[in-house]
Design a protein around this ligand. Structure first.
Ligand SMILES: Cc1ncc(COP(=O)(O)O)c(C=O)c1O
Length: 478
């Protein structure tokens, strides 16, 4: 292809008729999977999947129809069908249509939300949404925040802010051999320990206390903090979880908040999964005490059903967040008097997608109340599936669900040893996922292998959960 031809193709691809086949592939996938008319999943075979994409990119462009036919016929069927009502695996949503379509405008406008002059309006959209979310969290008007690439970056940013508060000179001088710890519980997400290691504090200084029924124990936490303080250690932060990854449980934020407040400690709440309960009149109580936290991670790409990625870190005092990135870049960020509008001074990233836009679109299109209703509905479906498990003697519930995450185990006639059940449940998950009946995931709870369902699709019904249980029982007997 000559340059002139290439420029011609670029111009032609700006036409709506070029965009339409893309939209058709995506919309057809949404329709087929929501109506359950999708193909049986291809058995998971990494070598086969690698082969499908092994060809190096062509030197000359291919006709559009050929490229999209490959996407529709090969890539879509070999992806996880999150829109299928029996897809109940990880905490990745069946995303809201308005937010899906918003992505094309985000990409077309390509505003980088680091510097206000590079994203004049989108900086305002992000700032407005941060204020709204901080208000829901009870953080008040001094709060600040920023959209992040995910909950992992959100928690990293919060703990970097906490490090700056504990050691204001750490940015310049490093952390050296300071006797510093971050305290969390064993059920916390791995991103907490990862952040502690990334911050140079040393992974071994992330202390994960034993949990009780998959929740942090405030009394033991208090005792451990006091012991560490007496030893002369600096407690950089305490991390609590609102909606834990494996079991979906919520820590007692009131009690943990009181422990931290008495000792003037930074409390970070990992609400990546569960902070969206703030929108639900039914489930909001699980976050009681959140207003005592210093920072919060919240992933709208989980329980607000946005496409990846859309996450937020909120900090009670915007200046504490700004202290995290104590760097000057006068060629880019324009200080001056008053509040700096450039979100880049509050973010790990430089070039940054306008992820706030799809949240804005979804809120405008559906209204805030729907998000509470959706949250309740996903949790109610999980609760109904939990009841179906309770009614069966060949399954046991491994933890009481507090949101849309459910752990359970096939036990059959109850005569198998625990170790044997571990292996059996692992095999059952694999076979179920290859069967085309449903797709679930797994976890380890109290050292045991359990099956795990996360209801992330409003189309999932209790009957889908029952069908999955029946299929697992059938596979076990076979
Ligand atoms: C409780 C919790 N925190 C943090 C994360 C990490 O979020 P992300 O995958 O958006 O980085 C997850 C993801 O599963 C989570 O469940």
């Amino acid at each position: 292809m000559t340059l002139d031809e290439a420029l011609g193709v670029l111009e032609a691809d700006m036409d709506p008729s070029a965009a339409e086949p893309y939209i058709r592939v995506a919309a057809e996938y949404l329709r087929a999977s929501a109506e359950r008319s999708c193909p049986k999943p291809v058995p998971f075979d990494p070598a086969h999947l690698l082969n499908l994409t092994a060809e190096p990119p062509p030197a000359e462009g291919r006709p559009f129809e050929d490229v999209l036919a490959q996407v529709a016929n090969v890539f879509v069927p070999n992806s996880n069908w999150l829109y299928h009502p029996r897809c109940m695996g990880h905490q990745v949503s069946a995303p809201l249509p308005a937010a899906i379509w918003a992505e094309s405008i985000t990409a077309a406008l390509n505003q980088s939300v680091a510097v206000q002059e590079m994203s004049p309006l989108f900086t305002g959209i992000e700032t407005g949404l941060i204020r709204w979310m901080a208000g829901l969290a009870g953080f008040g008007s001094t709060a600040g925040g920023v959209f992040t690439s995910g909950g992992t970056e959100a928690t990293f940013t919060a703990l970097l802010s906490a490090r700056a508060a504990a050691f204001p000179d750490a940015w310049e001088a490093g952390v050296g051999n300071r006797a510093a710890v971050v305290i969390t519980a064993e059920h916390s997400h791995y991103s907490v320990a990862r952040a502690v290691a990334e911050l140079g504090l040393g992974a071994r200084n992330c202390l994960a206390l034993p949990s009780s029924l998959f929740r942090e124990e405030p009394d033991k936490l208090a005792a451990e903090i006091d012991r560490l303080l007496q030893e002369g250690r600096t407690v950089v932060a305490v991390v609590a979880t609102a909606g834990s990854t494996a079991a979906g449980r919520f820590d007692d934020l009131q009690a943990i908040g009181a422990v931290c407040a008495e000792r003037s400690l930074w409390l970070h709440v990992d609400g990546c999964h569960g902070a969206s309960a703030l929108l639900s009149p039914v489930h909001r109580h699980r976050l009681r005490g959140l207003e005592q936290a210093t920072s919060l991670s919240w992933d709208p790409h989980k329980m607000m059903l946005l496409p990846l990625s859309a996450s937020v870190v909120l900090v009670r005092d915007e200046r504490l967040l700004e202290a995290a990135f104590a760097q000057r870049a006068p060629y880019l960020f324009h200080g001056g008097t008053g509040r700096v509008l450039d979100q880049g001074i509050r973010s790990f990233q430089c070039s940054r997608r306008a992820d706030a836009f799809k949240l804005w679109i979804a809120l405008q299109r559906y209204g805030t109340e729907v998000f509470g209703l959706l949250y309740d509905h996903l949790c109610a479906t999980a609760a109904a599936i939990a009841n179906a498990i309770r009614r069966r003697s060949d399954f046991e519930l491994s933890s009481e669900p507090e949101c849309n995450i459910l752990c359970f185990r096939y036990v059959g006639d109850g005569r198998r040893a625990e170790n044997e059940l571990d292996g059996l449940n692992s095999r059952l998950r694999r076979e179920l996922n290859n069967s085309g009946v449903g797709w679930i995931t797994a976890a380890r709870l109290n050292g045991r292998q359990v099956l795990r369902i996360t209801v992330m699709n409003p189309r999932t019904r209790v009957e889908d959960g029952e069908a999955v249980l029946e299929a697992i029982a059938g596979l076990a007997k076979a």
